[in-house]
Structures are given as structure tokens and as C-alpha cells.
Ligand binder design. Sequence first.
Ligand SMILES: C[S@@+](CC[C@H](N)C(=O)[O-])C[C@H]1O[C@@H](n2cnc3c(N)ncnc32)[C@H](O)[C@@H]1O
Length: 215
Amino acid sequence: MSDWKKDNLRFLLNKLGGYPDNFQILDLGVGKDPFSEATVRFKNVVKMDILPYDAVNLVGDFNKGIPFKNNHFDCVLVNNVLEHCSTPPQLLREINRVLKPGGVLIGTVPFIIQIHQEPHDYFRYTEYCLRNLFKDAGFKDCSINNLGHSLSIYNNFQGLFFWKLLNSPLNIFEKTLIKIIWKGQRILIKLMGKIYQKCLQDDILVQGYGFVVEK
Ligand SMILES: C[S@@+](CC[C@H](N)C(=O)[O-])C[C@H]1O[C@@H](n2cnc3c(N)ncnc32)[C@H](O)[C@@H]1O
């Protein structure tokens, strides 16, 4: 699991931890359900996606509406989904509609991360944009946490860089050299990680955000 996914899982376990097992949850854009550990104890989880992955129990396009009545769910999850929605204000209003009063929207969005799921990758949001979107969709309170930091961003991009090199038409000598350099980089990152803990407070980079928004 990548650093980003580990941070997502930690955030979700923490935020869902206090809710009762009979909470009605809608997991929108659940995909392959990588954070199932955070929802497994809940009895009523609708897992919706436009693609019929194994974990999905409702196949549907959220751009065409969420097929539930008003005030139905205690919680809607949108993990790594808002960047793939071409009309986020419309989706957020629809989520607000299906949430009970006092219900919560919980989710994550990446910020400094590679383009993925092309061509359906439309946005990167700042914290301030998210706050405006939630407010305009009719939500009351929102709390937003930074997820990831300079070192996880560095780690992610160096991994992508070396992976790209190793999958390029290089000769065996060049590939062996790249593998040795990559291994050295990984050791360096491990060492830097220990030192880096001291600098986390003043970090200027964020890999993405986790949010809890109340209707
Ligand atoms: C980046 S993946 C995130 C999957 C999972 N939630 C996670 O955090 O790893 C985005 C998911 O949203 C789904 N998705 C994209 N557009 C959708 C739509 N219009 N309706 C329903 N699901 C959609 C995709 O099929 C994909 O599984």
C-alpha cells in the first residue's frame, strides 16, 4: 500500500471509529474497496461505483443522481473521488440531499499526486476550494486535515520516476545501474524519514486532504 493509501486508511479508521455499527453508509466510487478495514464492522454499507468491481453492490453513475430518497444515509464516503467528478457542485448537492440532517460526508482528495484514471481526472483542490464547495452545497461545518507531507510526495514521485526508467528500453547494464541507484535512494529516504519527523510541523507541502463535513 502506498504512503497516500496508508494515510487515507488511518484517517478513515480514526474518523469512523466513534460511530455505531448500525450506521447507514454510502461509499461512493468505492472502486476495489482498498479501505474496507475501516467499514467492515458496519452492517449497512452501500458500495456504489460506475464499474462492477467485486466489492461493488450498486453499479451506477453518480452524475445521473444517487438512487435513494432524501435524508437516507448517516454517512457518505467519497475517497479519492471528487477529482474524478466533472461537476463537483452538482454531486455535493446530491450527497447533501441523501444525507440525514446531522449526517456526515467523510472523504479524501489528493492534491500533489500524478494524473490517474485518465481521461477521467479533472481536478486538484486546495483546502479553501473544498471549504467553498461544501458551503455552497448546503453543508454546515467542515473540518479538513492535511494528509501526507514533503517526504511522502518525494517518495511517491521518485518511485514513479524509477519505475518509468525500469520500464523503458534500456540495456541490462543501464537497468542494473538504475536498480542500484533506486535501492540507494530508498535507504536514503528511510534515513531521512527519521530526521524528517522533526520538521513535520512546518511542512509547506501536502499530499492531499481528509475531510469531515456535517449536513
Ligand atoms: C480513484 S478511484 C477511488 C477508488 C477508492 N474509493 C479509493 O479510494 O481507492 C475513483 C473511483 O470512482 C469511480 N467513479 C468515477 N466516476 C464515477 C461515476 N460517475 N459514478 C460512479 N463512480 C464513479 C471510479 O470507477 C473509481 O472506482
